[in-house]
Design a protein around this ligand. Sequence first.
Ligand code: UD1
Length: 365
Amino acid sequence: MSILVTGGAGYIGSHLCAELLEAGYDVVVADNFVNGNAESLRRVEEIAHRSLSVYRCDLLDSAGLRGIFENHRIEAVIHLAGLKAVGESVEEPLSYYRNNVAGTLSLLETMRRFEVRKLVFSSSATVYGSTASPPISEGFSLGVTNPYGRTKLVVEEILGDLHASDPRWSIALLRYFNPIGAHSSGRIGEDPCGVPSNLMPYITQVAIGQREELRIFGNDYPTLDGTGVRDYIHVVDLATGHLQALRKIVASRGIDAYNLGTGYGVSVLQLVKAFEKASGRQIPFRFVERRPGDVAASYADPSKAARELEWRATRGIDAMCLDAWRWQLGNPMGYAEMREGGQIIHENRIRHSVLAVSGVGEGSL
Ligand code: UD1
């Protein structure tokens, strides 16, 4: 029996694959490699000392998806694939609805055809909108402020309808707070395309000298020091949350949402200070206007996941900073490699031979 991970080559996906392999699962990855990187999966195999099956496959390619389900006995799917940049989603809403909503429909139809009805879905705390006051629990009312958030909410609703139509489905909706950090090996981590829009990768790029200074969006929020407060969660803790959710959906039916967060709020300034301590580097910063759409404070009530999934985050902010720094220091260009003279090679290169069979490529890395 295998677990299919869509979007397995991305930041969260690669950490999840490492944990799944180490826990003994057989792992099949489907990724279109738009944001993910094949090198990350090669390193996952190195970390776990086991191999996984990798398909270059877009979820909208239903023939390709069918090929994967024909080749493997898939027991459950962990669905992470999707576009995730809030600003871009405002400019390109149709791409977001096509990729995140239509892509999910294609996946669900294929799952139904092969009678696979166990799904863990990568949702986001963004579904709580901008008015929820923390700590946020799963029963809070939902509402979104941008197309990216709407794709997550719409998919949650589609999955609710699907379960209502056929209670044999077993579904966990995981609402992530703010994943940061990297694997403690320093071999896999976050490799943003272009200028990072999230805080931690921006900080690490300032620390390594790729960017001059951090711009802190607002210092007049009603928080302890005026800067925005978030619930940062170590990406490996996030990954283990998926494993616990997987155990739950394999053992029982139903549909449930779970917050994956630590339950603690940390301000931008507190994160900068913790990072400076972990790295020994100064992070020059400047306060600028608030970023439109940002909320003052957001952190989880993670007690439902503790109760029902027997999961809680164990890594603190210092470990998150140390691990993020180790990754950045060891991989200044992310997964890209530098050639002599400073030219970048093999950005997003698939390093292994991919078998092209009716649009499906599988390869052992
Ligand atoms: C953002 C998205 C959210 C998405 C999440 C994914 C927005 C409005 N929200 O959340 O929908 O699910 O990323 O990871 O884009 N900050 C700075 N300077 C920077 C970057 C960030 O001061 O250069 C501040 C922000 O104002 C915020 C905090 O750092 O207070 C965290 O920001 P970020 O990492 O972008 O996460 P969110 O805004 O929580």
